[in-house]
Design a binder for this molecule. Structure first.
Ligand code: AFP
Length: 340
């Protein structure tokens, strides 16, 4: 064993160290946010380990199977939800939790309350689990006005009021991307240390990209601007090269690639789903927050995504997000349609 090399590894920038450094910039801070984030990180590690075993489900009894002790095992999305709810409640720093898995918001019991609200999708893209495609957890954090009397209004706020947002992608590596409002940073889980290490500091999305990402199977139901935009990606008339199409169908993976390589991710409205498919609070807002923090844009077809004021916790919205110039093009097409 190379002890010298191992010794060097202790000065790595772990996510805990990173957040503590950030915290030290605010002398009035009591460390509550750091504690909350540690609990989210714990949830991510737990889910990562469960996802890694998913392919062995039939052998070891995960996801709806019965294990060797004869106990009924939980579906991964149900398990992930329980993991995050328990982690967040036990942090003692949360008061309202909104999860994709639960119809109603969870109001934390008074003795365990803190001042944060967390909105999250514990395992987004879960229809991809059985074919081992990357999936992820998405989260956004708000502060409550008065934690003695939390109300739904505390989470039905525009995305621009979010304090922090992020996602954890369970893929070929486990990657956590986080913004607390001062840029975007990416951390990769080192399985040998059990720590997330800063591997992608200060992520900036390229100003213009070469990739578009959309479910083209819905094309016959799209509106005019989306149809025109995708046509332009494939058959540009200004002499530029066509864009490449990449679509995984797992938002975390599609957005992660868009953030790192540039381009645009679209989940537009269509005739069958006039509000699109993706949920405002725990898909559209956190990803839009990250995009803006990385220098990109996020647009709903009508307005800046982060200006949207949700009226229901599971509300949906169309979304176009990614490189600044690419989103600018789709905005121009919607503006032009408005004038017709
Ligand atoms: P699942 O969680 O049901 O797999 O849905 C994933 C998702 O919410 C999001 O992660 C994808 O971007 C989007 O749906 C894909 O939707 P389509 O299958 O309609 O393209």
């Amino acid at each position: 064993m190379d002890h010298a090399a191992d010794a060097h590894r202790t000065d790595l920038m772990t996510i805990t160290r990173f957040v503590l450094n950030e915290q030290s910039k605010y002398p009035e801070s009591r460390g509550d946010f750091t504690i909350l984030l540690n609990h989210i990180v714990l949830g991510c590690k737990f889910v990562c380990s469960a996802v890694n075993k998913a392919g062995l489900a039939k052998l070891i009894g995960l996801a709806g199977e019965t294990n060797v002790q004869g106990e009924e095992q939980k579906k991964l999305d149900v398990l992930s939800n329980e993991v995050f709810i328990k982690a967040l409640v036990s942090s003692g720093r949360t008061c309202i939790l909104v999860s994709e898995e639960d119809e109603e918001a969870t109001f934390v019991e008074p003795s365990k309350r803190g001042r944060y609200c967390v909105v999250f999708d514990p395992l987004d893209g879960s229809s991809n689990i059985d074919c081992a495609v990357s999936i992820g957890t998405i989260f956004g954090i708000y502060t409550v006005k008065d934690y003695h009397e939390p109300t739904l209004a505390d989470v039905l706020q525009p995305g621009k009021h979010m304090l922090a947002a992020g996602y954890c992608m369970y893929g070929s590596s486990c990657t956590l991307v986080l913004s607390t409002g001062g840029g975007v940073n990416g951390f990769t889980l080192d399985p040998s240390l059990g720590e997330f290490i800063l591997t992608h500091p200060d992520i900036k999305i390229p100003k213009k990209g070469k990739i578009y990402s959309v479910n083209e199977g819905n094309a016959k139901n799209w509106d005019g601007p989306t149809t025109k935009y995708v046509e332009k990606c494939k058959f540009p008339k200004d002499g530029s090269s066509s864009k490449s199409l990449r679509y995984i169908g797992s938002m975390v993976a599609d957005v992660h690639r868009t953030l790192l390589y540039g381009g645009i991710f679209l989940y537009p409205a269509d005739k069958k789903s006039p509000n699109g498919k993706l949920r405002v609070l725990y898909e559209v807002f956190p990803m839009s927050f990250l995009m803006e923090q990385a220098g990109g844009q996020a647009f709903t077809g009508k307005q800046r995504a982060l200006d949207l004021v949700p009226t229901k916790i599971h509300e949906r919205s169309p979304i176009f997000l990614g490189s600044y110039d690419d989103v600018e093009e789709i905005k121009a097409l919607y503006a032009a349609e408005g004038k017709e």
